[in-house]
Design a protein around this ligand. Structure first.
Ligand code: HEM
Length: 449
């Protein structure tokens, strides 16, 4: 497993090991019991019908609270309920101002990409996503697209890498210290966001009104204690950043590899609302191919390829055990459960022989698979709170990039030269696990007006 993580073949390793009756296996690693599954009945039990038996667990909390604090992302039970109730009103729906903010940062992104040089696509989209999420939820943006200082993003990234390794070692990993320097950078940032929040100053009345309605503005007005409030700020920062950047990067990667789909998308965009105007929310909704591209990207490149839970008490999974793979499985408290979402979304028995292929037209005519075979935003009790915002952001930025640039090409650096590569003839990029699942190598793209 460790070797597979090192060589960025962890998802393939999971698929191989789960190719058994019942699609569920039990492993022992450093004295720890771990159940891996891609069995839909078991996943449904863990996420939904028996979700009170399964949670993030104490080890996960111990490891990740160094970064995501006591937030919704690391807690269970009562603490999780309280966190969710703080967030749900702000994350469930898109406000018109969210759309304006997304538009503003997309403009910054386009400006950065317009220099004719190759760009590390995920890196730039990551800057875009953190700028948007901080602006929407805190009322003040990190504006990383406008500055060379990337210390906050570097700290977040480093911290995630270290913690992903710690998590692989379970309880032992919890004793390995996190990256303290990175923790300090993140804490200092959250402190400054909290303490510098103000509704006074030179802002226009509209901007002041927007700030008052942000997550931070409303929680301050409600008198939520500073520590609890910062937990919520950390949750949206982590939840709302990487996944958006990863999905847009994979979508661009696939579009460059599929020039015919790119051509069709350009035609759809220009017939829906012209070549240069930003699309409105209803226009985004109405574009069938754009929707298919986003859905298909999230199917083939889940940004949460592996999701984990811990058994909070002794319990049982409904199936997957015994020689036929159909018996229930006893699960002891403390057992780690790893659900391989990536495998489920690519199962040929569900998606057909081309399950591994990127084929956005499978979503034509509002086609929908069984929800338990496609759940990029999770299902059950811990469904993603930023789903609507995420879909809007991803569609909007994709649409604007395609409008702004008449050509997007994949390049590589050979002996100091930038060489255009035939993306469609290249071997498919591997996926690496570092909290999320993302492209294993840099996706170098050059954008031309
Ligand atoms: C394409 C983008 C996104 C994807 C694919 C995605 C996916 C997910 C998934 C799979 C989970 C469940 C994690 C688990 O079971 O442990 C989740 C949870 C969550 N997401 Fe997202 N997400 C995205 C964007 C966002 C955004 C923009 C926000 C901003 C608020 C957000 C906020 C959250 C929160 C707060 C949770 C925790 C829910 C809970 O544990 O009750 N996500 N997301």
């Amino acid at each position: 497993m460790i070797q597979a993580r090192r060589t960025n073949t962890l998802l393939e390793w999971h698929r191989k090991i789960l190719n058994v009756p019942g699609q569920t296996v039990e492993l022992r690693m450093l004295g720890r019991i771990m159940i891996l599954t891609e069995n839909i009945e078991n996943v449904r039990a863990i996420m939904s019908t028996q979700s009170t038996c399964f949670g993030k667990g104490a080890t996960y909390h111990k490891i990740w609270s160094s970064f995501t604090r006591d937030s919704i992302l690391t807690t269970d039970g009562h603490a999780w309920h309280t966190n969710r109730s703080h967030l749900i009103a702000h994350t469930g729906k898109i406000r018109p101002t969210d759309y304006v903010v997304t538009k503003r940062h997309t403009q910054n992104l386009i400006r950065v990409l317009s220099d004719g040089k190759p760009h590390d696509t995920l890196n730039q989209l990551n800057r875009f996503a953190i700028d948007v999420v901080s602006d929407i939820f805190y009322g003040s943006s990190t504006n990383t697209l406008l500055t060379n200082d990337q210390s906050l993003r570097d700290a977040i990234q480093h911290h995630k890498n270290v913690n992903t390794w710690r998590l692989l070692f379970g309880k032992i990993g919890a004793w390995i210290p996190p990256d303290r320097k990175a923790c300090n950078v993140i804490d200092t940032y959250l402190d400054s966001v909290f303490h510098s929040f103000s509704l006074e100053g030179p802002d226009s009345p509209e901007e002041r009104d927007r700030k008052a309605q942000t997550l931070l503005g409303v929680l301050i007005a409600q008198g939520v204690p500073e520590k609890v409030l910062k937990d919520q700020l950390a949750a949206v920062l982590v939840g709302g950043r990487d996944s958006v950047a990863i999905i847009v990067t994979w979508a661009l990667y696939e579009l460059v590899r599929h020039p015919n789909i790119m051509r069709e998308l350009r035609a759809e965009i220009s017939t829906t609302h012209g070549k240069s105007d930003p699309p409105g929310p209803s226009e985004l909704e109405g574009m069938e191919l754009l929707n298919g591209i986003v859905q298909e990207t999230m199917r083939v490149h889940s940004s949460v390829g592996l999701n984990t839970r811990t058994a909070l008490k002794d319990c049982a999974l409904p199936t997957g055990g015994g020689p036929t793979g159909k018996s229930p499985i006893g699960v002891l408290a403390g057992t780690a459960l790893v659900m391989c979402l990536d495998s489920i979304q690519r199962r040929p028995d569900i998606y057909g022989p081309d399950a591994n292929e990127f084929r956005p037209h499978r979503w034509d005519n509002k086609w929908k698979p069984d929800p338990w075979t496609f759940f990029p935003f999770n299902l059950g009790t811990r469904t993603c709170l930023g789903k609507n915002l995420a879909v809007m952001e991803v569609k909007f930025v994709l649409c604007r990039l395609v409008q702004a640039f008449s050509s997007i090409e994949m390049v590589e650096h050979i002996g100091g030269e930038v060489v255009v590569v035939k993306a469609e003839e290249r071997e498919k990029m591997k996926t690496k696990l570092a909290f999320n699942t993302k492209p294993a190598e840099v996706v170098w793209l050059r954008f031309k007006k």
